[in-house]
Design a protein around this ligand. Sequence first.
Ligand SMILES: *Cc1c(COP(=O)(O)O)cnc(C)c1O
Length: 296
Amino acid sequence: MLSTKTIENIVLNTQVSLKPDYLIHPTVSGNKYRKLKYNLQKVLSENYKGILTFGGAFSNHIAATAAAGQAVGIPTVGIIRGEELASKTNLNTTLNYAKSCGMHLEFVSRSDYKQKSDSSYLKTLSENFKNYYTLPEGGTNILAVKGCQEILTNKDQDFDMICCAVGTGGTMAGLINSSLPTQKIIGFPALKGGFLNEDICKFATQSNWELWESYHFGGYAKVDSNLITFMNHFKATYKIPLDPVYTAKMMYGIFDAIRLGKIPKEAKVLAIHTGGLQGINGMNLRLKQKHLETII
Ligand SMILES: *Cc1c(COP(=O)(O)O)cnc(C)c1O
């Protein structure tokens, strides 16, 4: 199995501590490590031939699955949204990285990609990739939630509020399940859309949670100059890098909520740094093309 590093909480100011889960493993970052852990154990113990999964061109889950597969010696296949990418000689940093870890990339049209959870499409894939273990987009399933239940430990029981960025909601469900009923779990969705509640409701065993939905900055992987300036200032002040897709939006939301009094002055807040730093290079290329401020 993959070996991890022990991590401690870092206090940012009197109210906010940050759990640097992004440092848990050198190549399998943050919550993606947590989500893969028990899935990898299953793949190894049940002798699957490899792992097949889905993602967009900048997906942290694709990068993490490729790295984890390489680390434990299992082949990985990534079904990637966007057939136009197949003919590109220069793949982006995320896909290049996945490829360098040995992941086999299959580029599919957006309409094919939409079928990623349909049983007939999955059946065709399983005929092409026999005895491969399938992980859904973002890697969320019951074993992923089990892994995310290990993010919080007994040492974290004094916190009143626990904050995380939300994509599919698997990570948040894990935090909810391992929290005390008196703690509140606050999720900051990184994308627009109300479908998020579904995945959280499906896996969460408690109701001590809320989504604060006004910090998505226009949608998934969308950023503006306020967010980039905030991230750069945060890094300069605390020497901690944030990623532009998830953790920066959460941290911006936390700081804003403190300013607005939505987080009470006396509250003890723990923010989970779920990783995703591999996405910075790709985002910086996009920002450079638009002649905008880049991430330091
Ligand atoms: C994938 C990801 C998330 C979202 O996790 P979900 O379990 O899908 O909600 C949050 N932060 C980072 C850095 C991620 O890579």
